[in-house]
Design a protein around this ligand. Structure first.
Ligand code: COA
Length: 492
């Protein structure tokens, strides 16, 4: 039996028991304090003896990220599409969960064909959000399809979906139905809004950015609201959902029971815009002095204004031009005038007198002059490339960051080395770059593989997971509940 199979059978065996008090599969390790955590949370079988003989687990002797898979034995029924849900399930797949993506026969996730760059191949939109998963086609509204889904519900630990409100219920997969079939099942959903006036609305990324408070606080104070390039509505909510699922899996080890996990995109964006709700409350007590409009003498209204490139924390920052900005749209650096290194900043830009000048020497004295200060610093940064400026400033402990383009990030060797940027091969589109697992676990493999073709694993799942006989599979195909032919990597 392989380690993976062993872990799976242990998990399945746990299913039939009464709520496990403590399970080996839930051991929580902390690099710093393994002893305390293990004693409190874990294990029903004795851990390996440590060198010191105290009975507590030793650190793995395997190289970083090679000691198994964190979510081995967790099987996910993935009913997600577009971006938010797929972000969540892809991350769980990277951490070792067996993710079975259910797609509509002959159609699949709509993103397979959206923003297509290579004729006849799945788009990067799809491939970069569905790596390391298996794909099965099932018509969830077909009687036979419903039967297959019921069997999958019994075989899986988590169902993840991000359909429009009510769609899962309309398929007959109500929580009550699922819970009857598998009381251990965790049902995790992304919706645009939580309960309230907008709960029935369909929502995409930018709607969430606007409704969650991000857009009203992004942009320049004298310009219109802006959305950000980072997909905080979709991918951000997918990350929130993944955390909710892992927490529910952990709680299940004590209760033996599944539960619903709901992440609303509005809530996820607001959570990420938390510091802006902080500022909303600060406004009642006076102007936001770190916002550059304070230094520019522009009055504050009664809501948090857009802060341009002002730093979101207590240390003023701004984006400054670097050498080559005339032709390179990303020849810029983010520069933070952190108070403890103010002296070093003055020296490096050639204004040592500012260290003692009462108009510049203290953070409060500088606040009304930030525009002039950053313009002066920019005179210096414009004499350096962003990387030269980085080298000099980092040596002086001055916090700064280059504006990196996607082209630069794609070629950044350190990101390749850590597996944050990964090259994978695909049978119809060839090699493509994807973002691997940004969460690094010392004891878990980051399982980053290519996305599946539509229905590539239909036969495999029906046969190996659901134990249908070959003859039954042929009957199911003839019924129209699944695609008659699978897309096969070899044939592509
Ligand atoms: N077999 C048969 N029917 C299927 C199916 C399958 N395998 N998979 C999906 N469908 C059906 C659904 O049952 C639904 O039918 P119904 O409306 O008759 O009940 C239909 O496909 C469409 O689903 P829906 O979710 O409404 O898709 P949409 O393209 O109209 O809307 C969103 C897309 C993203 C706006 C919407 O799903 C949504 O608001 N989701 C929640 C928020 C979210 O995640 N947004 C971010 C997306 S990145």
């Amino acid at each position: 039996m392989t380690t993976r199979t062993k872990a799976k059978s242990r998990l399945r065996a746990n299913k039939s028991k009464a709520p496990a008090k403590k399970s080996a599969s839930t051991t929580v390790r902390s690099a710093k304090k393994p002893a305390k955590k293990s004693v409190k949370v874990a294990v029903h079988k004795p851990p390996a003896k440590s060198a010191s003989g105290n009975g507590l687990p030793r650190p793995s002797s395997k190289p970083w990220g090679q000691a198994g898979r964190a979510l081995d034995g967790v099987r996910i029924l993935d009913f997600t599409h577009v971006q938010s849900g797929p972000t969540c399930t892809q991350l769980l797949a990277f951490m070792g969960a067996d993710v079975i993506k259910v797609e509509r026969p002959n159609v699949g996730d709509i993103t397979r064909g959206q923003l297509r760059d290579v004729k006849g191949a799945d788009s990067l939109y799809f491939t970069m959000l569905n790596g390391s998963k298996r794909s099965i086609t099932i018509d969830s509204k077909h009687a036979k399809g419903k039967e297959i889904l019921d069997r999958l519900v019994q075989e899986c630990d988590v169902l993840v979906e991000n359909f429009a409100p009510g769609a899962l219920d309309r398929m007959g997969l109500t929580f009550e139905h699922i819970h009857k079939l598998n009381p251990r099942m965790i049902v995790a959903s992304v919706k645009g809004f939580g309960p309230g006036p907008y709960e029935n609305c369909k929502v995409y990324e930018n709607v969430a950015q606007c409704a969650g408070g991000s857009a009203s606080t992004t942009g320049f104070h004298d310009g219109p609201p802006l959305v950000t390039g980072a997909q905080i509505g979709d991918s951000g909510t997918g990350l929130h959902l993944a955390l909710g699922i892992v927490a529910a899996l952990y709680q299940r080890t004590r209760t033996g029971r599944g539960q619903k996990v709901l992440c609303a995109m509005q809530d996820g964006v607001l959570n990420l815009a938390r510091v802006k709700l902080r500022d909303q409350q600060r406004l009642a007590h006076g102007p936001l002095t770190e916002y550059s409009q304070y230094g520019e003498g522009v009055a504050f209204g009664d809501t948090v204004p857009r802060a341009g490139n002002d730093s979101g924390g207590g240390q003023p920052g701004w984006i400054l031009k670097c050498k080559g900005y005339e032709s390179d749209p990303n020849a810029y650096i983010y520069f933070i005038t952190q108070a403890p290194v103010w002296g070093a900043i003055c020296d490096v830009i050639g204004r040592p007198e500012w260290k003692t000048d009462p108009d510049y020497a203290t953070p409060n004295a500088r606040l009304p002059r930030l525009k002039h200060i950053f313009a002066t610093i920019e005179q210096w940064t414009m004499t350096k490339t962003k990387f030269e400026a980085m080298d000099i400033l980092n040596r002086l402990d001055i916090p700064c960051g280059p504006i990196l383009s996607m082209k630069e990030l794609a070629h950044e060797e350190s990101l390749r080395a850590t597996g944050t940027v990964v090259e994978v091969d695909h049978p119809t589109r060839g090699t493509y770059l994807t973002v691997g697992n940004p969460i690094k676990l010392s004891d878990s493999i980051a399982d980053v593989r290519r996305s599946p073709l539509l229905g590539e694993h239909t036969d495999e799942v029906l046969r190996d997971v659901l134990k249908y006989a070959e003859r039954e599979i042929e009957t199911i195909k003839a019924s129209g509940a699944i695609s008659a032919t699978e897309q096969k990597a070899e044939a592509a």
